[in-house]
Design a protein around this ligand. Structure first.
Ligand SMILES: [Zn+2]
Length: 288
């Protein structure tokens, strides 16, 4: 209840701020006619305020214990802070007013849900991004290949889903990231330089270490909570996306073996976003 209330107030604030920003900028003037220094400066300032990275997370409602809720709130604060601190390396979303969004699927590939997800995306002609585990690419090379063949982006989600916070920088790089990107390249011909840390969890120190070497870290701005609802019905997953989607957003979904409900939810998520005029992008297309 408390979190719902919070979301309500939060949304009102966002709407109010957004309207104010629009008024200030006199949106409606010709966007092409934006060459004078003054206007560029305004545009840059606006970019800064828009670039405020946000995790649009209402925690899933009543059924969470307080402890989990506190943990989720802390997590949210941490990654928002990291996205502010490392704008060139750590991303949650793209600051834009355009109706574009990226669907992302973690923890695959595997042979039960991933083919079904790929079928749905193919039918809708939508390109998504798959953050895969090295050990799963090793086990299911054909499905990794299918992801790439069908035009999706394949990215690095570590070798075996170990928490990067429990590893040294060298262990993260040498045992998790490089073997995974090498395995993906050997299997599909693509060497990913984009990483999503397992659980979205990483220390500032490791972000700096990886950023210095040119790796990009991409979390998400909209958590479908399909990991939480995996045993429930798909309506909650759809509802979570429906309440929090936004322009430039990155949606967290899963295609591991336990995520049958994600397969059920996906067509409805696609439909609701399409009905609102959203276009689907890969993470690369959205951010870089
Ligand atoms: Zn994961």
């Amino acid at each position: 209840m408390k979190s719902k209330h919070f979301i309500g107030v939060g949304l009102l604030l966002v709407v109010a701020l957004f309207s104010f920003a629009l008024l200030n900028l006199g949106v409606g003037t010709d966007p092409d006619n934006n060459n004078s220094e003054n206007e560029t400066e305004i545009a840059e300032n606006q970019d800064e305020s828009e670039a405020e990275p946000k995790l649009y997370n209402g925690n899933p409602d009543e059924d969470l214990d307080d402890e989990v809720e506190v943990e989720l709130d802390n997590f949210k604060e941490t990654i928002e802070e990291q996205a502010r601190k490392y704008p060139e390396t750590f991303f949650l979303s793209e600051p834009t007013e355009e109706k574009v969004i990226a669907l992302t699927f973690d923890d695959g590939p595997e042979h039960i849900n991933t083919p079904e997800i790929l079928d749905i995306l193919k039918e809708e002609d939508i390109k998504a991004t798959f953050f895969v585990l090295g050990q799963n690419v090793k086990q299911f090379p054909d499905i990794a290949q299918r992801i790439v063949d069908e035009g999706h982006q394949i990215a690095n989600h570590s070798w075996d889903h170990d928490n990067f916070k429990d590893l040294t920088n060298e262990e993260v790089l040498d045992n998790q990231i490089i073997p995974t990107s090498e395995k993906i390249e050997k299997t599909t011909g693509v060497y990913p330089t984009i990483i999503r840390p397992p659980f979205g969890a990483i220390t500032d120190e490791t972000i700096e270490f990886l950023g210095y070497q040119g790796w990009k870290l991409v979390n998400w701005s909209i958590d479908s909570f399909d990991w939480h609802y995996a045993e429930d019905t798909h309506e909650e997953i759809v509802g979570q996306v429906e309440r929090h989607y936004h322009p430039g957003g990155i949606v967290l979904l899963h295609n591991g073996v336990i995520h049958k409900e994600t397969v059920e939810a996906l067509p409805e998520i696609i439909e609701l976003l399409q009905e609102d005029g959203y276009e689907f992008k890969t993470v690369d297309e959205l951010l870089f």
